[in-house]
Design a protein around this ligand. Structure first.
Ligand code: DLL
Length: 442
């Protein structure tokens, strides 16, 4: 068995720095960033002043834990540009986070920030198999969302060709794949699922496409979902993670060993904390990722609470990179459903569903509370060969699914079997939970 899925390539020597050098670099950059934000960002000036911390009092990386945290609410309270650390004329670009309601959280980049961003995206693209002779179809939105532009710059940095298809118009995506013979696809995993589903539906042989690599990110997905998309499209799909408040895509990404996403630690410091006590969790234990951007010029954030729950691993990777790796995101603390007192993430339901033959990755979760108890209904499409006139067959399949969900989550769910292609398809980030409970406290 080979150790790597494809050739192991590393873009930048910094990714393999001995750990003592990496930590020294992080410390120096942290001090410089703290000095800058204390001087230039009123929010940090106040918070650091209250905590009596200056750049001079940061004697080691260990002092990071003394620094105040930043939350999404802090960014919202200082909308739109209260966190700007450079004069407006030095800003080259604005993006915004994909908030579902209200105003987006605006973020800014200087010329150097854009250059660093391109470089960081190039790192994970190279790690995930991309080469300069490839053609890449980018099916992320190009707009306030950071996915389209970030990946675009990364591919440009690698020197590969780009089809800036943007998200949506699935028929045209497939046409471009066929006609231009794209080697790689960049989008959310749920849009990849939509495309794979359309390819199957149109009766197109995936073998007639050149597609070999894919770079998915922007939302949580499971290993089972990866297996399903990879086998449908005959590709290697790697995972990459990021968030606009920190930079966008390029915060971490997988290598050819595909054993966790390498954190780009020369630009970000990551902590994994218990979300309630805010104490660090042990290596390999789940916790909330808290990230400090140590090279951002326009809008650096200190100890930003991401709300993303994941695990960190510090043991060395086969690929030669020395950086800390993060697991898949298990869920966002805001996505966590509390069902009759049990904490459940949608990804656990996805994991359970995709273990069952005849069940597709197209599902939705509805939460209701008709009286006092929460009811969870999982609607899932089944494959055409599972559709049966026999009620007993269908009832049996429902029981199997419900039992699988119970095994993974510990909760009972109602299962509705849906015919193929009856549920909503997504072109960007999927919205699979429909919470109809009235959770107002009386
Ligand atoms: O989604 C940045 C991005 C674009 C990353 C394209 C990768 C590829 P936001 O719109 O600010 O930025 O959303 C950030 O998306 O806090 C996570 O909850 C989630 N997320 C991003 N990547 C992953 C991933 C972009 N690979 C929020 N796995 C983050 C799980 C992810 N969740």
């Amino acid at each position: 068995m080979t150790k790597f899925l494809y050739e192991n390539r590393i873009w930048d020597k910094v990714e393999t720095l001995p750990l003592d050098e990496l930590r020294q670099l992080q410390w120096e950059r942290l001090r410089q960033t703290v000095a800058r934000v204390v001087e230039r960002v009123p929010f940090y000036k106040k918070r650091f002043g209250e905590a009596k911390i200056t750049a001079d009092t940061i004697r080691s990386l260990d002092d990071l834990k003394r620094l105040p945290m930043t939350t999404k609410a802090d960014l919202r309270d200082h909308y739109p540009l209260g966190f700007l650390a450079v004069p407006r004329e030095e800003v080259l670009r604005y993006h915004g986070s994909s908030g579902t309601t209200g105003k987006p959280t605006m973020v800014a980049y200087t010329r150097n920030d854009i250059d660093v961003w391109s470089h960081l995206c190039a790192r994970f693209l190279i790690g995930g198999g991309l080469q300069p002779h490839h053609t890449v179809q980018i099916a992320f939105g190009y707009g306030l969302f950071t996915g389209g532009f970030g990946l675009h710059y990364g591919v440009e940095k690698v020197g590969a060709a780009i089809i800036p298809a943007a998200s949506g118009n699935t028929k045209r995506q497939i046409m471009l794949m066929q006609d231009i013979q794209s080697d790689a696809l960049v989008c959310t995993p749920s849009y990849a699922l939509t495309i794979a589903d359309a390819i199957k539906h149109e009766g197109i042989d995936p073998g007639s496409l050149a597609l070999k690599y894919a770079f998915f990110g922007g939302e949580a997905w499971t290993e089972q979902m990866r297996e399903s998309i990879e086998s449908d499209l005959g590709i290697f799909a790697s995972n990459n993670y990021g968030l606009s408040e920190v930079i966008g895509p390029g915060v971490s990404g997988e290598c050819a060993a595909r054993d966790g996403m390498h954190f780009q630690e020369d630009h970000f410091i990551v902590e994994c904390l218990d979300p309630d006590t805010l104490e660090p969790v042990a290596d390999g234990e789940p916790g909330e990722l808290v990230i400090t951007a140590i090279t951002k010029e326009a809008m650096p954030v200190i100890r930003y609470r991401t709300r993303d729950i994941a695990r960190l691993y510090s043991e060395p990777c086969l690929c030669g990179r020395t950086t800390t790796r993060m697991s898949r995101v298990i869920g966002r603390s805001d996505d966590m459903m509390i069902i009759r007192g049990v904490n459940v993430y949608p990804s656990q339901i996805e994991e359970a569903l995709l273990q069952i033959e005849g069940v597709t990755p197209h599902y939705e979760i509805e939460l209701t509370r008709p009286k006092t108890l929460d009811i969870v209904t999982v609607r899932v499409e089944i494959t055409p060969d599972q559709l049966s006139d026999k009620l007993s067959d269908m009832a049996q399949l429902k029981d199997v699914i419900s039992e699988a969900i119970m095994q993974v989550t510990g909760i009972h769910t109602h299962v509705d079997l849906m015919p193929p292609r009856s549920l909503q398809r997504f072109e960007g980030k999927a919205a699979r939970i429909n919470d109809l409970r009235d959770l107002k406290v009386e």
